[in-house]
Write a protein that binds this ligand. Structure first.
Ligand code: FES
Length: 59
């Protein structure tokens, strides 16, 4: 399931996004954009990325 492509424009997988959150400390959609380039083209993966952030970022 970590191999699932979340951002089809940049072919960024769920695993890459989780890694950016855990290893690089990404806390916002913008952080993930800067780190992985996910969400930088059409933006339609934003909700999915936000969901992953909600799951992993401790409040
Ligand atoms: S699907 Fe992520 S920017 Fe288009």
């Amino acid at each position: 399931m970590d191999n699932k492509i979340i951002c089809t424009c940049m072919e960024v997988t769920r695993g890459q996004i989780v890694k950016a959150i855990k290893d690089k400390g990404c806390k916002t959609f913008e952080d993930v954009q800067n780190e992985t380039e996910a969400g930088t083209v059409c933006g339609c993966c934003e909700d999915d990325i936000q969901e992953i952030l909600n799951e992993y970022v401790s409040k």
